[in-house]
Design a protein around this ligand. Sequence first.
Ligand code: FAD
Length: 319
Amino acid sequence: MAEVLVLVDHVDGDVRKSTAELLTAAARLGEPSAVFVGSGAEGATDFLARYGAAKVYTVADPAVTGHLVAPVAEVLASLVERTSPAAVLLPSTNDGKEIAGRLAIKTSSGLITDAVDVAPGTSGGVRTTQSVFAGSYTVVSSVTKGSPVITLKPNSIPIEEVPGAAAVEPVQVALSEAATAARITEVAEKAASGRPSLTEAAIVVSGGRGTGGDFGPVETFADSLGAAVGASRAAVDAGWYPHSSQVGQTGVQVSPQLYIAAGISGAIQHRAGMQTSKTIVAVNKDPEAPIFELVDYGVVGDLFTVLPQATEAVRARKG
Ligand code: FAD
């Protein structure tokens, strides 16, 4: 069975959930092999084994890890040359997409970004599904040249636990001068909010202009659910919430199991970032708000009344 390379998304060995999704997707196409670039691989192998990685290629050389993404693309390119994989799967993050683009060029392969599903093609290859134009169209595509390079949106595929051998295989790669042209000079950790990251969270609660700048009820409700907090561009532009929390066409694209929009009208540009969420709930005091056209559940009401009640109800359920 052909290998399917999966780039492990991690911070110092702390593997993100999206990697389990990539491994689950890879198992549909062939034999998953994880590619771990950076330090901390020892601590990650149990996780990778749990989700079916047969092999774990590791690269811990500081010559590779001390730079931006270019060396990672060269590591993957050398593994593609060595293993001729059925596909290479990466997370649809900014880094993941940049690495994917570089890799596709290096290996003269076709590239598909932001897939929400993958399956074996009927006549070989890989069949991918994308949700485009704010979720209004579903596009099915296949790479026709080289080893398909595919980035997959987080939260798109239900994770399956399948034991794998996770046999560790250290890899040496001679990097080109161009790949090391940009070096990391300093890394400063952002103060943790204690909440899950927006793109990884299973539940996202977002606030818009309707909050009037008071995100308190949105945050408290999010915390009762263990959710991430998002915001509309109107809220971000007003300086009420950080730009990194903006959901939409020009912000972050999320696809959680549950998306709750509070005080958000549902402009097309906002929808573009959340329309593929599995279940959508809106709280808006205007019954004519366009967001109600796409929700699974809608609450017509003032968010300052509805969200505290919902928070109490969640807490009561949790006991
Ligand atoms: P509004 O449209 O003003 O809606 C506020 C809603 O809150 C209303 O429906 C109102 O009924 C409701 N409300 C008010 N008070 C309460 C209350 N107390 N309780 C309950 N409901 C209440 N927008 C994004 O979000 N993300 C993007 O990435 C993005 N990219 C853009 C890119 C371009 C090129 C352009 C032109 C625009 C973009 N926008 C984006 C902006 C987008 O068009 C909208 O202007 C924006 O999404 C509106 O934000 P909002 O829904 O919070 O505000």
